[in-house]
Design a protein around this ligand. Structure first.
Ligand code: MTE
Ligand code: MO
Length: 416
């Protein structure tokens, strides 16, 4: 009884966290067609474990995180699509904005938005996930799925004619911010010039203004999937999502999809800016023949993943709903209370002819579970039969940073 009271309090807190104060569940009417539901009124149970509120230090960076219990449409409406912005929100106008393509190219190009829109149009359904999703206690909803429209990047790059030594492509955003780089050597910052301040190690900190930028190899950039994207779900990119133009790199984590794109520069070597070499770097502690080896890799391709979204109830009948993404999905399984894995039913992963870049929705019929608290976990298999790893997987467990957590997700629910 006491445990149930505790669970109930947690549930009320959970309700408050998703803006449904005092409720253990919410009733939604109408067909949840995205999950293959024939229709009728369902009650959605709120998970007992709710994400922390976004901490003050991150409220200017992260917004509109997905409320999993509210997941009901296969394409995330633009106004509900999460945003991550590390610097300022640039206010760009189509009239004065241009995309410059330069660096190691034979034929530098400067294109207006109208010129880009006049080029061949392509669309892709792509689920964009921040690599910090499920990495921090407040961050479990940094994911959304949209239809993105634009013109293929490859043709535009080809037209600029990269030189033979042009092997790396840098995508520059129009946003920028002050970044402090520590010189921890304690050798009084010898060699650092510019805006420097003493740090607590006897060395100097260097403060610079850094523009947002990400890069990829020319071969990766030339992928036919990449779009210079100007539309999201049928309307011009909203300001928060990169107006007037962003890179959409299907199959890559969010950070690679540079917003407010202003310049594409071809270079002769790796670009090691903040979001390639300092942030969004996965640091792992590997064991190699009894020796500890630290490895550093930068966040790039998306990883196979799934998560339970919500539990619904109709009368005494319960259904688990969820999503799977990060690779073309072949199947999803659900586990209750650490028991045996059961096959879920997949629904419309590929409405537009199929590229495997967007999430699949799935449901699993729970029947009538016993009253009380239960855990709900899911795992996805891709079409190469690779398995979404459990959290204790050696690769995941060796990470000392929180990026790229594609481990199986467990949620807790109270069946009344
Ligand atoms: N120019 C620019 N592009 C950016 C970012 C940024 O801060 N500036 N954030 C990146 C990160 S970390 C993520 S997860 C995605 C989020 O895209 P969204 O805000 O459209 O959801 O944008 C990426 N592109
Ligand atoms: Mo991100």
């Amino acid at each position: 009884m006491e445990q149930h009271d505790l669970a109930r309090r947690t549930l009320l807190k959970a309700g408050a966290a998703v803006g449904l104060a005092g409720l253990a569940s919410v009733t939604v009417a109408g067909p949840a067609a995205a999950f293959g539901d024939p229709g009728g009124a369902d009650e959605v149970l709120l998970w007992l474990d709710q994400p922390d509120p976004i901490p003050p230090g991150a409220v200017d960076i992260v917004a509109h995180l997905l409320k999993w219990e509210a997941l009901d449409s296969w394409r995330t409406p633009n106004g509900e699509f999460f945003t991550v912005k590390h610097y300022n929100l640039p206010s760009l106008t189509a009239g004065s904005w241009r995309l410059d393509i330069d660096g190691l190219v034979e034929h530098p190009v400067s294109l207006s938005l109208a010129a880009l829109r006049a080029r061949p149009r392509r669309e892709v359904d792509f689920t964009l996930e921040c690599s910090g999703n499920h990495g921090l206690p407040f961050s479990i909803g940094a994911i959304g799925n949209a239809n993105w429209a634009g013109t293929p990047l490859a043709d535009v790059l080809r037209r600029a004619r990269p030189r033979p030594n042009g092997v790396e492509v840098v995508f520059w955003g129009a946003d920028q911010g002050a970044v402090t780089i520590r010189d921890d050597s304690g050798i009084t910052g010898a060699g650092l010039t510019g805006t420097t301040t003493p740090d607590d190690t006897g060395g100097l900190d260097l403060t610079i203004t850094e523009q947002f930028a990400r890069s990829m190899t020319l071969a990766d950039a030339m992928s036919p999937d990449n779009l210079l994207c100007y539309e999201m779900n049928g309307v011009a990119l909203p300001p928060g999502h990169g107006y007037p133009l962003r890179l959409i790199a299907p199959g890559w984590y969010g950070v690679a999809n540079v917003k407010w794109l202003s310049r594409i520069e071809v270079r002769d070597g790796r670009y090691a800016g903040r979001f390639m070499a300092r942030d969004y770097v996965t640091i792992r502690e590997e064991q190699d023949a009894g020796r500890t080896v630290w490895t550093f890799t930068n966040v790039s391709h998306a990883r196979l993943k799934s998560a339970p979204a919500k539990v619904t109830r109709r009368g005494k009948h319960y259904v688990v709903h969820g999503a799977a993404w990060g690779a073309p999905i072949s199947s999803v399984e659900v586990q209750i209370d650490g028991g045996s894995w059961r096959r879920a039913q997949l629904h419309r992963q590929r409405p537009l002819g199929g590229n495997g870049f967007s999430w699949a929705f799935w449901t699993w019929d729970w029947g009538t579970p016993a009253a009380g608290e239960h855990t709900v976990r899911s795992r996805a298999f891709d079409r190469q039969n690779q398995l979404q790893p459990p959290p204790e997987d050696p690769y995941l467990a060796s990470r000392r940073t929180y990026w790229e957590n594609n481990g199986q997700v467990t949620r807790r629910v109270l069946i009344p």
